[in-house]
Design a protein around this ligand. Sequence first.
Ligand code: SAH
Ligand code: SF4
Length: 351
Amino acid sequence: MNKTLEQLPALNLDALKIIVSDWGFPAYRAKQIIGWRNKGVLNPDDMRNLPQDLRTALHKHLCCQPLKQVQKQCSSDGTRKYLFALHSGKNIETVLIPEPERATVCISSQVGCVLDCPFCHTGTQKFEANLSAGEILAQVLAVKNDLRENPLPSELHNQVTHIVYMGMGEPMANEEALHASLSMLMAEDGLHISRRRITVSTSGLTPQIDRMGQLYPVNLAISLHSALDQERDTLVPINRKYPLQELRTCLDLYPLPHQRHITLEYLMLDGINDREKDLEALAMFVNLQRDRVNLIRFNPYPGSPYKGSASDHMNAFAQGLISKGIRATVRRSRGQDIMAACGQLKSSFAP
Ligand code: SAH
Ligand code: SF4
């Protein structure tokens, strides 16, 4: 791919109008192209109402190749895990999580991750690249296209309604592409998804959280995993740079719409962060008005060094939080049979 080509997934209507006018076509053609793009159709040959010479121009001057689907695995619960090849040849994973009333796409923001959280499969893979905004958006478009071509069973929702940045990588460490992709996800001439239906998960890069709050105040999820600095320094090493107190201040300033919450994600590891003193520290950290806690079951992957807390213990831990007035839930894991659950994503399919 020629790197200088603009990417169709990341273009807005005004920019495309200028481009097609430069090519000598009327501006309404841009609207038709954007209409196809937003449905997940990127290949100009499939844009049936365009003249052939415009299709040829699109092929030649814009990057409009869809992501190449290398593999797709479908879970018994409807979850689909996709392995896509970027134009660079590197692979990323994207997950579709359908439910009766909604369907969520979990997208990747980087190939690998620099942050090395020891419990995370992605963290075990060396960092290879930041995704461009076009590559982040192309994942959503590819899933939309797959839903058109291969609809889900009727009891599941067949339209993409929610987006979570919880796939491979740390979105805040790829800030420019994060912002550009958020802008396009929300734009009226883009995918037009409300900010209440978009969630960015981060291990806690506070300056970037501040900036996102000012520009794109979408839902925020924090991978907390411990409220004790000493433990979190190991579990989420970025804590050494942005310790808990700094994170707390940042979260208290994050703009929250009425009746919305910050989600504190808390992976439960046997004997590591599920003790009485961990519960006490977590309860001290939580801001009752702003936060809710999501307890996450540890998803093992081949060679992972940790053991998850037992289910009974997780429920007791949740009850301990609830008894202190904290909103706490135990997250249901999806797609575990195809290694599509949180923290199991990696660029190649594990044996
Ligand atoms: N880098 C971002 C987003 C990607 S990770 C972040 O860390 O928030 C998405 C979520 O999966 C995070 O909460 C992460 O802590 C969690 N996760 C990572 N490994 C996991 C595992 N093995 N089991 C369960 N959840 C895991
Ligand atoms: Fe990176 Fe998030 Fe995995 Fe940590 S949990 S290594 S920040 S992807």
